[in-house]
Design a protein around this ligand. Structure first.
Ligand code: G3H
Ligand code: ZN
Length: 283
């Protein structure tokens, strides 16, 4: 069933686990994510970046995800990931997304508050929940590119003021993760996470979670992370399966035979993450 992001994340916040927010840009990845959630009896968030929307079209991807979500036997939310463009955020609200991220991290604090508050004012009466980002997460996530030297950790005092003034439903914080493939070992600022969680007392979002070791993920969940964004790990799973098909069966030219293994590979990664995040049997 298709539900709002808040419905899924408020429960996770109250019961102390995290839900995977997995990026999709096509049919097979969407099927993989929903099938994994159904097999694990886990709630799930499927998210599309702005470039995934340009690739598949807003109507195209929304129709696929909404139809599969409505028919799913577990709660599924359709989320706009890193909505940096106000017009895209508005379009997603019109096209049936049940959760949107307005990413105003490139703006000054006050301006980020203003726009996020406006988005909340429009989204909330429609029953759509809103995520915002405070601090700057480094690395590359589709159109969002932040040089590591420009990445900044979330300030706890600012987080409290931001949440009070905007009415946002869940907050993405920067505590040392980065988008894309890690070059070194990331060091997470768990004290910062613990402080922010205690002070804002709401669902917290961790971006750039691909490649973070299991112990760190579990610690982050125990300290209050409730939404964990995974994109790169799914792309790598897709790529490995695709390479295998091309290398081992070069004569196969049926797209379905080529893509089915990618679906299985992405699904296996989603299932492992759900187990790790503690969301299994929570549907
Ligand atoms: O917004 C999506 C993510 O933060 C995904 O990060 O590519 O490191 O998994 P990732
Ligand atoms: Zn992200």
């Amino acid at each position: 069933m298709l539900v709002s992001g808040k419905e899924i994340l408020q429960k996770a916040h109250e019961e102390g686990y995290a839900v995977g927010a997995f990026n999709t840009s096509n049919l097979e990845m969407t099927q993989a994510i929903i099938e994994a959630a159904e097999e694990m009896r886990s709630p799930v968030i499927i998210q599309t970046s702005q470039s995934a929307i340009s690739y598949a079209s807003s109507e195209g991807i929304a129709t696929i995800v909404r139809t599969l979500a409505e028919n799913a036997s577990v709660p599924v939310a359709l989320h706009l990931d890193h909505g940096t463009d106000y017009d895209v955020v508005m379009k997603c609200l019109r096209d049936g997304w049940t959760s949107v991220m307005f990413d105003g991290s490139k703006y000054e604090f006050e301006q980020n508050i203003e726009i996020t508050k406006t988005v909340c004012g429009i989204a909330h009466p429609m029953g759509v929940s809103v995520e915002a980002e405070l601090g700057k997460i480094g690395g590359v996530e589709d159109h969002v590119k932040v040089d590591m030297k420009d990445a900044t950790m979330t300030d706890p005092d600012e987080a409290v003021e931001f949440v009070e003034k905007t009415g946002v439903d869940y907050l993405a914080i920067a505590i040392g993760t980065a988008h894309g493939v890690y070059v070194g070992d990331p060091e997470l600022d768990f004290d910062r996470l613990e402080t922010i969680k205690k002070r804002v007392n709401m669902p917290i979002v961790l971006h750039g979670a691909s490649g973070i070791v299991e112990d760190d993920i579990k610690k982050a969940v125990s300290l209050g992370v409730n939404k964990i964004n995974i994109d790169t790990d799914l792309r790598v799973a897709f790529q490995k399966a695709m390479h295998k098909v091309v290398n081992e069966t070069p004569d196969v030219y049926d797209p379905r035979k080529m893509l089915a293994p990618t679906r299985e590979s992405v699904k296996a990664v989603c299932k492992a993450k759900m187990e790790m995040f503690g969301s299994t049997n929570r549907a």
